[in-house]
Design a protein around this ligand. Structure first.
Ligand code: ADP
Length: 462
């Protein structure tokens, strides 16, 4: 089953933040320490220059003020500098080590210990000599010894530790925030998905009325919600259609069967004379039932065959002409006129199926158009598609029926008068074939003026 989306998302965000925070802390630490070391080194050279300057102050040209030298030397010693002053001849004037050896060692030990901790591969004790000059003449030498290349005072050391503490606390805080935010984000993302699973399960169990009421600002999740809702609507529609189809088939069968049954019963019981007219009427009903069954079979066959179409280039205008010719007798009988016109557009289609589409549309036009009416077949080039319209001057179709016209067994004439037309399968067959061609069929109609059925099919790609 794997880990849940929520756990996965939380874990990933937390890990990403952990890595980022660790990297940032490390880098900040490195950069700040580097800068701080440079600063300390600069400070140290300033301090040694200061000591030398100070020492010079205590020479009046002839004698050294040892008292003052002692004060300055001790002051420097507490700061970590071991000072030794010699005169022009190299004789010692003041020497920190001579003065207080133990204190010198103590100070240096403290510094070494601190630096060992801070930078184990670190430094060592260095001594540098600075010539002392007065008015351009040498007056002696100051040797200054310290822990090099640099050392940190107790204060410096505390400053760096405080900085590290701050970095660590900021890191911990950022991680805590990341955990909370990551968890919340994961919850927000995972919720609609878990809900989708629950809802699709319900839909699968046949509860089509269910709606996904999730409000989300994420585009993909909104699309998911919309798709699930669309799915339930579509399935619900299919379900109603299926139920209606069954009811309609039952209805279509029941009426003629009841009629034939009643007639035969009456004749068998001697209530009715079995006249030729009565037998003829029974025969008529049975024939109608046969046609209905045939139509249903035809639709089922077309539905199953639509998966393998024999696609080839077909000139719509020529196909319309030959379909029109097949109806010449029927047209003459009803004294209808037919014109075929338009662009010679070539579409990609299965010739036989396309013939069936035209036959169905034309036979409806012929069937529903009153005598002396007119039928037009018009082809058009729509760029990527070719179109064929069948227009008639028939009674038209009520607006309310238009959206349902292509459903199986639908008849605009709800009274289902047997005189007009068949069982309402013709247009369903048209739609099934056109859909299989990736085309579309539409209808426009005005009551009392006529109807126009338009089939559009993809053009042949050259
Ligand atoms: P049918 O076998 O009943 O003709 P169709 O599927 O071909 O079934 O048509 C469905 C219904 O659409 C018809 O019953 C009819 O009411 C209406 N219809 C189809 N074509 C036309 C048309 N050209 N003029 C008026 N009504 C039409």
């Amino acid at each position: 089953m794997g880990r849940s989306l929520r756990a996965r998302l939380s874990l990933t965000t937390a890990l990403a933040v952990l890595l980022t925070v660790a990297l940032i802390s490390l880098l900040a630490n490195l950069l700040i320490s580097r800068r701080f070391e440079n600063y300390v080194m600069r400070q140290q050279s300033v301090r040694t220059a200061d000591i030398v300057e100070n020492v010079l102050h205590h020479f009046d040209g002839l004698t050294w003020d040892t008292e003052a030298l002692h004060a300055a030397g001790m002051y420097a010693l507490y700061d970590g500098y071991i000072v030794k002053v010699s005169d022009r001849e190299g004789r010692p004037v003041w020497d920190a080590e001579n003065h207080d050896m133990t204190l010198c060692h103590q100070v240096m030990d403290e510094i070494s210990q601190r630096m060992e901790k801070y930078r184990p591969s670190g430094g060592r004790f260095v001594t540098r000599d600075y010539p002392l000059q007065r008015d351009g003449l040498p007056v002696g030498t100051a040797s200054i010894g310290y822990y090099g290349p640099y050392f940190l005072s107790e204060n410096d050391f505390q400053f760096l530790s405080a900085l590290n503490e701050i970095l660590i606390s900021v890191g911990l805080f950022a991680m805590a925030v990341a955990f909370v935010v990551g968890g919340l984000l994961a919850r927000r993302l995972a919720r609609p998905i878990t809900k989708t699973v629950a809802i699709t399960q319900q839909i699968a169990e046949g509860n089509y009325a269910i709606r996904f009421e999730e409000r989300t600002k994420t585009r993909e999740l909104s699309e998911l919600v919309a798709a699930v809702n669309h799915l339930s609507v579509a399935l619900r529609r299919q379900e109603t259609l299926r139920k209606r189809l069954t009811a309609d088939v039952a209805h279509e069968l029941r009426t003629p069967l009841a009629a034939v049954g009643a007639h035969l019963e009456a004749m068998l019981e001697g209530v009715w004379e079995p006249t030729a007219a009565r037998l003829q009427s029974c025969h008529e009903e049975i024939r109608r039932l046969g046609t209905l069954v045939q139509d249903l079979e035809c639709l089922a066959q077309i539905d199953s065959e639509n998966t393998h179409l024999d696609l080839a280039p077909v000139n719509l205008l020529e196909a319309a002409r030959s379909a029109g010719e097949n109806f010449s007798a029927a047209l003459r009988n009803k004294r209808l006129t037919l014109t075929v016109e338009g662009a010679p557009v070539v579409v990609r289609a299965d010739r036989d199926r396309l013939g069936q589409v035209m036959t169905n549309l034309l036979s409806n036009a012929v069937k529903y158009t009153p005598e002396q009416g007119h039928i037009r077949l018009v082809t058009a080039d729509l760029g990527t598609q070719g179109a064929l319209s069948v227009e008639d001057t028939g009674p038209g179709i009520p607006d309310a029926s238009l959206p349902l016209l292509f459903e199986r067994l639908y008849r605009a004439d709800q009274s289902r008068a047997r005189e007009t037309g068949g069982a309402g399968i013709g247009l369903a067959i048209v739609k099934s074939i056109v859909d299989a061609h990736q085309g579309a069929v539409t209808v426009e109609s005005r009551l009392g003026q006529g109807s126009r059925f338009t089939v559009t099919l993809p053009k042949l790609e050259l």
